[in-house]
Design a protein around this ligand. Structure first.
Ligand code: KIV
Length: 251
């Protein structure tokens, strides 16, 4: 495992992308990305669910196994789905199952409120990536994907969460849709690297859902993403070419 703290100290940016299947994992790994996350975003961009709250542990294990077959050099992190880390004991059991499926580290959503679970996981020796800010697993209670850090009380909570996950042994923390200036403050406050998504350029690294980056989920692209490719268009073009070629041959 790379020393991500040292990368932060050296000012070397950390790169992370999601993968849910063997070919994508292998392509990203061969591209040299530092971290590959089997995100529970699989629920939306692969399984067609409305959000991540229907994703099950069985689904995460299935996709983690596929990704693990394609990863050689990147750190493979797997998401712990909702309702699989209600207690420290359950969190450890879930983390172990994901590691048995091929993950080298795990991630769950929450800060102060999940510190006991995080500490229980890190005490077993399983590397842990934290996730604070906008938490997709709470999107239904929140009523949408809202930017965090707009009020003093939210800033205080975010800083407390960041310190809590660092103290609980996380090796890094994802900051999701946090106001850029607040993400900068958090980045300057803690020693572990911050990996931002929609949180500005001052984080120690950046993570994106690969489908957003390559334009493979054209029905919704978050505002903060600038796609680098239009893969959905290529698929449509190739499918239309195949259909036309086949129909033009006749019987
Ligand atoms: O599930 C996921 O893809 C994630 C990233 C957006 C950080 O948690």
């Amino acid at each position: 495992m790379k020393d991500f703290r040292q990368m932060k100290q050296r000012g070397e940016k950390i790169t992370a992308l999601t993968a849910y299947d063997y070919p994508t994992a292998r392509l990203l790994d061969e591209s040299g990305v530092d971290i590959i996350l089997v995100g529970d975003s699989v629920g939306m961009v692969v399984l067609g669910y409305q959000d991540t709250t229907d994703v099950t542990l069985a689904e995460m294990l299935h996709h983690t196994r596929a990704v693990a077959r394609g990863v050689r050099q990147a750190l493979l992190v797997a998401d712990m789905p909702i309702r699989t880390y209600e207690t420290p004991a359950q969190a450890v059991e879930t983390a172990r199952r994901l590691v048995d499926a091929g993950a080298q580290a795990v991630k769950l959503e929450g800060g102060v409120n999940r510190a006991a679970q995080i500490e229980a996981i890190t005490q077993t020796g399983i590397p842990f990536m934290a996730h604070i800010g906008m938490l997709p697993q709470t999107v239904r209670e929140e009523g949408g994907y809202r930017i965090k850090g707009r009020t003093q009380s939210e800033i205080g909570e975010l800083l407390a969460d960041a310190r809590a996950v660092e103290n609980a042994g996380a090796f890094s923390v994802v900051l999701e849709i946090v106001l850029a200036e607040v993400a900068k403050q958090i980045t300057n406050t803690i020693d572990i690297p911050t990996i931002g998504i929609g949180s500005g350029e001052h984080c120690d690294g950046q993570i994106l859902v690969t489908h957003d980056l390559i334009g493979l989920f054209p029905w919704f692209t978050p505002k903060f993403v600038s796609p680098e490719a239009r893969v959905a268009e290529e698929i449509r073009r190739a499918a239309r070419a195949f259909i036309e070629r086949t129909r033009s041959i006749g019987t």
